[in-house]
Ligand binder design. Structure first.
Ligand SMILES: *Cc1c(COP(=O)(O)O)cnc(C)c1O
Length: 426
């Protein structure tokens, strides 16, 4: 692409954008009475304009139907989550029955580890990316300890080579092969939260299966951001949250994927609850647990309908946009434009003030760019904030900027570049 650093050009790209009307489906926070430039969808997606109505509808159902709401009305609460699994299946590339919606992300990670981390004396190790999101580090270490092993021995972290910021797939595959007899599980993020690197999930899964281990992914930063094919890649299990790229509200309800090949494996442990019991017999209150078919059998507790309805408000917009593929198409262009704009600021200053550590290749990243500020990092970030750009800050000097195809525009990326240029002159 021959991008240009002009307002006219950015406006032209917006005019050509088939998703341009979607920005109006979300509320952006205000800055001095105008919409802020919100590039923080990697932390919390924006509120769909329709979300309040979805909540109000369920408040009315509760008011008017009370307990009958589980079975009556247009949207009975029993099985409500099944209205969402189709869209989610498209977003993560799975069969509907391989998806379930429940709890929050770290809780689901624990529940899935109960089933899929089955250490033995010889095979007890877990490979994960170095510098994974802390919650994942805590969860894995505590699972390892729960089974009586020492995290220092059991957890292998894959770090970048000296002088590099991101991982090379060949290095990940080598570590897997080097630990052929000892790895029980490979648990990677789909996209690393800090660097924005998207890992080669099919290659990692294949290599993991080659040594007879289980492959799981935390897709917090990947779901709703990049195209995933969990079923075709033969991933064993995965989980994600819905409040980042899926715009389903702070602490929103999360999702989990279990590959159908595990459905009939009765040797899998699970921490059961009545909401995972066969739906057709659940209310007969039988004393012995019988798992519902598919991933739904991993449910534990009564579905939180208010959270599900917020999730539905957001997923209905994905559906209107044609699900993930058209979004990703725009996203690749939008992030490439952001990369161009940052390099323009570098060029104008005759120096590499901003070093993008996120990979350049579009296969190896989602929408986020992680940028090291070599000078006055915190002051630059504060300048952005004071001028209506909402990004996010990671110690010691990294700014993460995530243009989201559903609600960000090329014009906003251009304006970001203008504000950044002013910021570096201070
Ligand atoms: C955002 C994020 C989490 C957060 O977990 P919650 O249980 O939803 O608080 C966990 N892991 C990763 C990789 C994340 O990016």
């Amino acid at each position: 692409m021959n991008f240009q650093n002009t307002l006219e050009y950015a406006i032209k790209l917006d005019e050509q954008d088939p998703l341009k009307d979607f920005q109006g489906k979300f509320f952006a926070p205000k800055h001095n009475g105008k919409d802020a430039i919100y590039f923080c969808g990697n932390s919390l997606g924006l509120q769909p304009v329709t979300a309040r109505q979805y909540i109000n509808d369920q408040m009315s159902n509760w008011q008017d139907l009370a307990i009958d709401g589980f079975f009556a009305g247009d949207d009975p609460w029993l099985g409500y989550h099944k209205q969402l699994t189709g869209t989610l299946a498209g977003i993560v590339g799975a069969k509907s029955e391989e998806i379930t919606i429940m709890n929050s992300l770290t809780v689901n990670l624990h529940l899935l580890l109960v089933s899929f981390y089955k250490p033995t004396k010889k095979r007890f190790k877990i490979l994960m990316e170095g510098g994974a999101f802390p919650s994942d580090q805590y969860a894995l270490a505590s699972q390892v300890r729960f089974h009586g092993y020492d995290p220092k021995q059991a957890i292998i972290e894959q770090f970048p080579r000296t002088g590099e910021h991101t991982l090379r797939t060949e290095d990940i595959l080598k570590t897997i092969a080097d630990n052929t007899d000892e790895l029980a599980l490979v648990l990677f993020g789909g996209i690393n939260y800090y660097t924005g690197q998207c890992f080669d999930m099919p290659a990692i899964t294949r290599a993991t299966h080659d040594i007879g281990a289980i492959a799981g992914f935390d897709l917090a930063h990947a779901a709703g951001n990049v195209v995933l094919k969990l079923h075709d890649w033969d991933v064993d299990f995965a989980c994600w949250c819905s409040y980042k790229y899926m715009n389903s509200g702070p602490g929103g309800i999360s999702g989990a994927f279990v590959n159908e090949k595990h459905f009939s494996d009765n040797s899998l442990n699970r921490f059961a609850g009545w909401w995972g019991h066969r739906e057709d017999r659940r209310f007969l209150m039988p004393p012995v647990f019988e798992a519902d078919g598919g991933a739904a059998g991993w449910q534990v507790s009564t579905s939180p309908i208010m959270l599900l309805t917020l999730h539905k408000a957001a997923l209905d917009i994905f559906e209107q946009a044609g699900n993930i593929e058209p979004l990703r198409k725009k996203s690749e262009l939008l992030t490439a434009y952001l990369e161009f704009i940052i390099n323009e600021v570098n060029k104008a200053n005759g120096d590499e003030l901003f070093k993008i550590i996120t990979p350049q290749n579009k296969q190896d990243r989602g929408c986020q760019l992680s940028i090291i500020c070599k000078q006055n990092a915190k002051a630059t970030f504060n300048y952005l904030t004071d001028n209506g750009v909402i990004g996010d800050w990671r110690e010691p000097n990294v700014i993460r900027i995530s243009p989201v195809p559903l609600y960000n525009s090329f014009r906003q990326v251009f304006e970001f570049g203008q504000i950044l240029s002013e910021g570096v002159k201070l």
